[in-house]
Design a protein around this ligand. Structure first.
Ligand code: ADP
Length: 333
């Protein structure tokens, strides 16, 4: 039986006068180093009840380290993690009862059926008999596998197997579901599906979900996001709040001499034109009108121009000054 945990309450960090919101996960000034290499450098954020929260960052930004600390696989070098009132360093056993964990590596047994996998998992948590049977049926229905209950896991698609992992993680009614890059190895369709199921589970189970990802389109689906870069928290908010902060459009220019063009745009229009990835990039309100001025001011020098609404990649660039994927660390295909 899962014990009833105290609710940990914090003030809204954006506004100390705001009413207190229950924080299910509280990460406070977290620091971690491996042999002198800093993996987390003073990261703080809260996750609220029944939020779908994303930890977005490029490779090496500290996501896995954060996941390991949250799931009590590792104790942080400094700072504090509290989940449903339990301190990860001081009360790991109580905390573990409050969380379900889905690792990147497969944990289901492919030779067992979907039901058998869940049956064994239930036993590990002390669930038995009719209660376990009905919980398994409920979970299989929720992840869209009711009709595959008796099929061996090896006959399920990659996406279905990942959903079975979700069901395993949630069987014991945890308050929090932690997932490390849950869509690794899935094709784009199965990725989208999995995120839809995460939204369903958040709503049906009222579970707080925290997932690491390096994919912008997955981060877009989160209620709120923490963006990490080189172990530091660089942005925190809903995807739309974060994009709104850019306050305008993003303009990208191709030209032969981008450095000279950027310099001249800065001097002439007093905007922060950057050279990034061989293009000139600037943020400006009413981008469509502004490009007319640009093309007139630099006749024949601009080879191509694009105007777009800010993306999460733009948020990352805005906060860090560099692209999400550098040339030596391209996104995995
Ligand atoms: P991410 O999951 O975002 O790729 P990680 O948490 O794995 O980031 O890594 C953060 C930093 O810590 C990186 O610089 C990485 O090289 C370093 N790091 C991670 N694990 C180890 C380890 N076991 N030993 C030494 N350095 C590590």
């Amino acid at each position: 039986m899962v014990s009833k945990a105290p609710v940990y309450v914090v003030l809204d960090p954006q506004n100390n006068a705001a009413p207190a919101t229950p924080a299910v996960i509280s990460v406070q000034d977290l620091v971690h180093r491996y042999d002198g290499r800093t993996a987390l450098d003073g990261v703080s954020f809260d996750v609220r009840a029944a939020e779908l929260f994303g930890l977005l960052g490029p490779n090496g930004s500290g996501k896995t380290t954060m996941f390991r600390i949250l799931s009590t696989l590792m104790v942080a070098g400094g700072g504090r993690v509290v989940i449903t009132g339990f301190d990860a360093a001081k009360e790991p056993n109580q905390l573990r009862r409050q969380i379900g964990v889905v690792f990147q590596a497969q944990s289901i047994d492919l030779k067992l059926t979907a039901t058998e996998n869940l049956w064994h998992q239930g036993h590990l948590y002390g669930l038995r008999g009719a209660a376990l049977k009905s919980r398994i049926a409920e979970m299989l229905a929720m992840i869209g596998l009711a009709d595959r209950a008796k099929d061996k896991a090896e006959t399920l698609s990659g996406g279905m197997q990942r959903r079975l992992e979700l069901a395993k993680g949630l069987l014991h009614h945890p308050a929090v579901l932690l997932l490390d890059e849950p869509t690794t190895g899935l094709d784009p369709g199965a990725r989208r599906d999995l995120w839809q199921y995460l939204q369903v589970l958040r709503d049906e189970e009222k579970v707080t979900v925290i997932a690491t990802t390096h994919l912008m389109e997955e981060a877009e689906r989160c209620d709120r996001l923490a963006i990490l870069n080189e172990g530091k928290l660089v942005a925190l908010g809903t995807p739309s709040e974060l994009k709104r902060e850019i306050g305008g459009d993003v303009i990208l220019l191709d030209a032969r001499d981008v450095e000279s063009i950027a310099e001249r745009i800065r001097a002439r229009f007093n905007v922060d034109a950057q050279v990034l990835g061989g293009q000139v990039r600037l943020e400006r309100e009413n981008g469509h009108r502004f490009i007319t001025d640009l093309v007139e001011a630099l006749p024949g020098e601009i080879e191509a121009v694009s105007v777009s609404k800010p993306s999460l990649e733009d948020v990352f660039i805005h906060r860090t000054g560099h692209k999400f994927w550098t040339e030596d660390a391209e996104p995995p295909s």
